[in-house]
Design a binder for this molecule. Structure first.
Ligand SMILES: [Zn+2]
Length: 148
């Protein structure tokens, strides 16, 4: 028998979620879900951040799996099962920012409406650098240290 419970990770911040998944049957091994991203429902912290701004996560498309941005679904066991999206998993480069809606409207141009609706987006590392996100977050961290 495997584990009958698992603690999943948040898709956005990749921290442990404050939730426990319990197997529907004792024969189900939940260890495959333990410490893994199982869905794209944000953790409480990310949900709060999405209420105040938009989360941007930096990625390197060249180092990511081909077609990572295309929607993929888990294999259904029965045709009546709902379509469940596999969370996209591009190569993350470590940049993680929360920006204002105004910033998104200016920086994302034609797709800004979509990004504002979803409250998060992946962004190419080079684009985040170009937009000054790393420099700004470094400046803010220095400011925080000074005032600590
Ligand atoms: Zn989170």
């Amino acid at each position: 028998m495997g584990n009958i419970a698992a603690i999943p990770k948040c898709f956005y911040c990749q921290e442990d979620k404050n939730e426990i998944l319990i197997a529907e049957s004792l024969r189900t091994d939940m260890s495959v879900y333990h410490m893994k991203v199982c869905d794209i429902v944000p953790c409480a912290n990310c949900e709060a951040l999405m209420g105040r701004g938009v989360i941007l996560i930096t990625v390197d498309g060249a180092k990511s799996e081909d077609g990572w941005y295309q929607p993929r679904y888990y294999n259904k066991r029965r045709s009546s099962d709902p379509d469940v999206l596999i969370p996209p998993n591009p190569y993350r480069t470590g940049g993680w920012f929360v920006v204002s809606d105004d910033f998104v409207a200016r920086a994302f141009d034609t797709i800004s409406e979509q990004v504002l609706r979803y409250r998060w987006s992946f962004i190419e590392h080079a684009a985040a650098e170009h937009l000054g996100l790393f420099a700004e977050s470094e400046r803010m961290n220095k400011e925080k240290e000074k005032n600590a």
